[in-house]
Design a protein around this ligand. Structure first.
Ligand code: SF4
Length: 168
């Protein structure tokens, strides 16, 4: 079974997507956005290890949870293990939101040569994409830090081959 390298977890969050959500923060991020909210997550060597099974067991203890949010760090730098976790969450009836510093278009390009990236996209319901850009920062945006970031319906986007935006 794959292992996840995590910067942290939050067992109940109401700010990382709709409803009460379990949030896992990937350890390791290549984007290094100026004024990142979580620079401690940049190193690919820090954090702690956990298995998808352990995370799902934790989630299953809480009947109030609506879904799982993958955040970071950069979840797509651990696509195989994150996809395994997302798939297991779906199997338990949870929805999955994934934050990424890559754009959807960049991930689509990567998915042509990476089955893991494609698998994580396929197991994500909602993708919130793009780096945090300080000049576009706003406190008025639901679930996002800056205006350039988009809320994307992944299933529709994969079907059409272009980013399809949605409201949550
Ligand atoms: S993608 Fe997220 S975690 Fe990575 S540097 Fe940017 S804001 Fe920080």
């Amino acid at each position: 079974m794959s292992e996840l390298r995590l910067a942290g977890i939050i067992r109940e969050s109401i700010v990382d997507g709709p409803g009460i959500r379990f949030v896992v923060f990937a350890q390791g991020c290549p984007h290094h956005c100026f004024e990142c909210h979580n620079p401690d997550s940049w190193s690919f060597e820090g954090g702690f290890l956990a298995t998808p099974k352990q995370i799902i067991e934790e989630m299953s203890k809480n009947p109030l949870l609506k879904g799982l949010t993958l955040s970071g760090g950069e979840p797509f730098c651990q696509s195989a293990a994150m996809a395994e976790l997302a798939q297991a969450a779906h199997d338990k009836g949870f929805d999955v939101i994934t934050y990424t510093g890559f754009t959807f278009e960049e991930l689509l390009e990567k998915s042509l040569s990476s089955a893991e990236v494609l698998n994580l996209l396929k197991n994500t319901d909602v993708l919130i994409d793009g780096p945090f850009i300080k000049e576009f920062k706003s406190y008025d945006l639901n679930f996002r830090g800056s205006y350039n970031q988009r809320i994307i319906d992944v299933k529709m986007s994969l079907k059409k081959g272009v980013a399809v935006l949605m409201h949550i």
